[in-house]
Ligand binder design. Structure first.
Ligand code: MG
Length: 261
């Protein structure tokens, strides 16, 4: 009997599970198709806020996985909504992040300030992106010194990439928190917000597991959210790390196809 038979639904992480950078994990697409064909409920959950859910859904469909946009939950969407709920729609915001996160923040009702104007923002949103620079750090720091609220998509230190991990949101956030003395509220994994939104999409399926590659976010967060946890070894965390984790993941498989073995 395959491990997947024990579950009616899965929350599935993307980076390090379905793909690594732009490279697909071998067998991942076929596995997801087989699970969907078998009637399993699947929601994709990612701490990567670089793109809106529609773009990730399109990329998944391009890999042959039939998935609707509303079955992808990103830390960007969750964090932007969380921030807007806390500070109120219409609040001026300074966003450190990719264009996708800025778009998401606007859709959540925040008013984006660019450049030096950002020093007056009432809320600062942070996620890792490749154009992060000192000016952004300075703007965010001054806004936070003036009392802005701080939200970030995660504390993931790195992002799995084909040639080795790249600096992630946690690295950028550390700079912002160090300079400002502020402490961010996190919208993405391992906090509950993202798991709760994703879990609600699965409806009344009772046996639900989280499949992820990073113990500190996917596994620890899912356990606290009441889900069974399955670690795959194609991304951030190793079998050795799983063995010393306390408590360890409920299941460890080499890769996504391991769910069907
Ligand atoms: Mg991951």
């Amino acid at each position: 009997m395959a491990l997947a038979d024990d579950f009616d639904g899965f929350l599935v992480d993307l980076d390090g599970v379905v793909w690594i950078g732009r490279e697909p994990v071998p067998g991942a697409a076929e596995t997801l198709r087989a699970l969907i064909d078998a009637g399993k409920e699947i929601v994709f959950v990612t701490n990567n806020p670089g793109r809106p859910p529609a773009t990730y859904a399109e990329r998944l469909r391009g890999a042959g996985i039939p998935v609707a946009e509303d079955r992808v939950v990103t830390a960007g969407v969750v964090t932007a909504r969380l921030a807007a709920e806390n500070v109120g729609a219409g609040t001026d915001a300074f966003v450190i992040g990719a264009p996708g996160l800025k778009q998401t923040a606007t859709e959540a009702g925040l008013e984006l300030l660019d450049g030096e104007a950002g020093r007056e923002a009432g809320v600062v949103l942070v996620s890792g992106h490749r154009e992060f620079d000192y000016e952004e750090l300075l703007t965010a720091t001054l806004a936070l010194q003036h009392g802005a609220a701080l939200f970030a998509t995660s504390r993931d230190p790195t992002l799995p990439m084909p040639g080795g991990p790249w600096p992630g949101t946690g690295a950028v956030l550390a700079a912002v928190e160090t300079a400002s003395g502020a402490h961010a509220e996190i919208g993405g994994k391992p906090e509950r917000h993202l798991f709760d939104q994703a879990r609600a999409l699965i409806g009344d399926a009772e046996r639900v597991a989280m499949v992820g590659d990073r113990i500190a976010s996917d596994i620890d967060g899912a356990r606290r959210a009441g889900l069974t946890t399955i670690l795959v070894l194609t991304g951030a965390s190793s079998r050795e790390q799983a063995e010393v984790a306390d408590p360890p993941p409920d299941h460890v498989v080499d890769d996504l196809p391991g769910l069907l073995r």
